[in-house]
Unconditional design. Structure first.
Length: 146
């Protein structure tokens, strides 16, 4: 089994205002045909949430949008790896970044909203230590900082 190419050139940084259109188009290309997709809701989330963008060699490789429903829980509202960057560890790096940021922000848990029929995403989160709380909600208990 071959290993994915190195991601030494992957940089993760907060979303800039000029990123919103590119992130929206990427999300629409990947999820736009799925039931429940909503352009306005997605644009609102990308503008409102804390969003971190992964760039590889200057290209958007993926992003994670984090929101808060309760003070002790950060919620991954949307995490996406660009199709051309799949299988290279981008998702693992984005998830690790989201975990670290959540701990820094004082959250006790990191939750992920995942549609019940998205077996690939559910498997990714379960392999990453999340447990199912509800049909579309998975959660990871975070270590305490300090």
């Amino acid at each position: 089994m071959s290993r994915p190419a190195s991601l030494t050139e992957l940089e993760i940084a907060p979303r800039r205002d000029e990123d919103v259109r590119v992130l929206f188009m990427l999300a629409k290309d990947v999820f736009g045909t799925r039931p429940g997709w909503d352009d306005e809701r997605t644009l609102d989330m990308l503008g409102r949430d804390t969003v971190f963008v992964a760039h590889e060699h200057g290209e958007v490789a993926g992003f994670v949008a984090l929101g808060r429903q309760r003070p002790e829980t950060v919620v991954i509202e949307l995490m996406l790896v660009a199709p051309a960057h799949e299988g290279r560890g981008v998702g693992r790096r984005l998830l690790g970044f989201a975990e670290g940021w959540s701990i820094y922000e004082g959250a006790r848990s990191l939750a992920a909203l995942v549609e019940a029929d998205n077996a690939r995403a559910r498997s990714f989160y379960l392999r990453s230590g999340f447990v199912a709380l509800e049909e579309e909600l998975l959660e990871l208990v975070l270590p305490r900082e300090g």
